[in-house]
Write a protein that binds this ligand. Structure first.
Ligand code: ADE
Length: 428
């Protein structure tokens, strides 16, 4: 019998039964993680390691946390976003698995920052981060704790951009594993996970019909590719805006119309930002949007939409549905009259209004996280103090396990093929 965690801050422990049921449901779609869990139970590769994990507290994260605990970790889990916590899941982790969770759906920024401090108070040896807030806080405010770190792991594109900036500034003095850069992470989670769950979030928040609508996807990274592909699948006319010529060209040849944001702003019915950058939809764009245009963000932080600028040109704000707020624009201050609808407060719409990426895709992302933690422990003292990816063999192993679980068989290279690949003398 696992003891209830001693320390935690969650909405309501009485929600634990529902959480337990939903965690078990998600586990059915996470065979790779479960296989790692079985091995962790036997081998205990993380025995006694203190970890601070900052993640969306979902059924999938719960399965990761249970796996890490099976490996022997002592973990404090905090929410990586105020709107993404599933309170029933947090309750079950505390009651049924003895995991210290600090996460409440709808928590304030103040509470979030308090939880970051609590996580750091646990003197973590590994930080599993989602956006790099915990790592950045440690480096800025608690430099004396850096010596305790075996290393950190980062889940998101946004967090990796931040870690690269830290590296450039010479403050990254520990190994940091870019989990997002594993192929079995970004090719699947960012593309198929964000693609499906972003549209799921928009639909749950609005019940809008996508067919026949102009959908503007801002940014054509892996998340943008997924959102555009799934939007087109639902019958929307998809428009893409980009700053990178190669990506813009790819979007065009993938069949989407590419145009500058100023033009897209005038014709879009629904907008999705997935750039990881600041104010990609700005004042001048809000001024020209159609009446009733809906804007949403699926990038990690809630800064992609300049909501301060929108608020300044607004006379009245009304909550029109859960996760949908109408901003009535002042006709004196804008070029087009009427309202703009902001979905999920401009926070990750897939996690705010829906349940995030489906378990089957998080299976691979979190297999990478579990193996990254093991990699940091196994290679303690041997890894360079820099941003790095997991070894390619681990990526291959995760893909092979996933294929096996899906019942998909593939071929092997024949000796003749291997010989050909290793020779340079055979040509025309
Ligand atoms: N990020 C996106 N979807 C997620 C999910 N379902 N669980 C945890 N983190 C996520």
């Amino acid at each position: 019998m696992v003891q209830t965690a001693e320390n935690y801050e969650i909405a309501d422990i009485n929600l634990a039964d529902l959480g337990a049921q939903r965690i078990a449901w998600a586990a059915k779609e996470m065979p790779v993680l479960l296989k790692i869990r079985e091995r962790f139970e036997r081998e205990k590769p993380l025995q006694g390691v203190r970890m601070a994990a900052c993640a969306h507290v979902t059924t999938e994260t719960a399965n990761l946390a249970i796996t890490l605990k099976a490996g022997g970790v002592d973990c404090a889990l905090i929410a990586s976003n105020p709107l993404s916590t599933q309170d029933d899941v947090a309750a079950s982790l505390v009651r049924d698995h003895g995991i210290s969770v600090y996460a409440i759906k709808g928590e304030s920024t103040e509470t979030y920052l308090k939880h970051v401090e609590i996580a750091l108070d646990s003197k973590p040896q590994i930080i599993m981060d989602d956006g790099s807030d915990v790592v950045a806080t440690l480096v800025k405010n608690r430099p004396e704790q850096v010596k305790d770190l075996l290393g950190t792991t980062e889940e998101t594109t946004t967090g990796i951009v931040r870690l690269k900036a830290m590296e450039k500034d010479g403050v990254l003095s520990f190994p940091a594993i870019a989990v997002n850069d594993s192929q079995t992470k970004h090719l699947f989670d960012n593309r198929y996970g964000t693609g499906q769950s972003t549209l799921d979030g928009i639909i749950r928040a609005t019940n809008v019909l996508l067919a026949g609508k102009n959908l503007v996807v801002v940014g054509y990274g892996w998340c943008g590719r997924g959102a555009a592909m799934r939007g087109a699948g639902l019958g929307a006319d998809v428009y893409v805006t980009e700053v990178d010529p190669v990506r813009a060209l790819e979007a065009r040849l993938d069949g989407f119309k590419v145009l500058p944001m100023m033009e897209a702003a005038k014709i879009g019915d629904i907008f999705i930002t997935v750039t990881g950058n600041r104010h990609v939809i700005d004042k001048q764009h809000f001024e020209v949007m159609r009446d009733g245009a809906m804007v949403s963000n699926s990038g990690h932080f809630d800064l992609e939409l300049n909501l301060e600028a929108l608020a300044e040109m607004t006379t009245e704000r009304n909550s029109v549905r859960p996760f949908a707020e109408e901003f009535k624009r002042d006709p004196q201050k804008t070029k087009v009259q009427g309202s703009v609808i902001v979905l999920g407060e401009g926070r990750l719409i897939n996690l705010a209004a829906a349940e995030g990426h489906p378990s089957a895709v998080m299976d691979m992302s979190f297999a990478n996280q579990a193996l990254a933690a093991e990699h940091l422990v196994k290679n303690q003292g041997k890894l360079e103090n820099k941003l790095q990816t997991l070894p390619e063999e681990l990526d291959q192993e995760i893909a092979a396990l996933k294929l096996e679980a899906m019942g998909v068989a593939i071929d092997e290279l024949t000796p003749e093929m291997i010989e050909y690949m290793n020779s340079w003398t055979i040509g025309t």
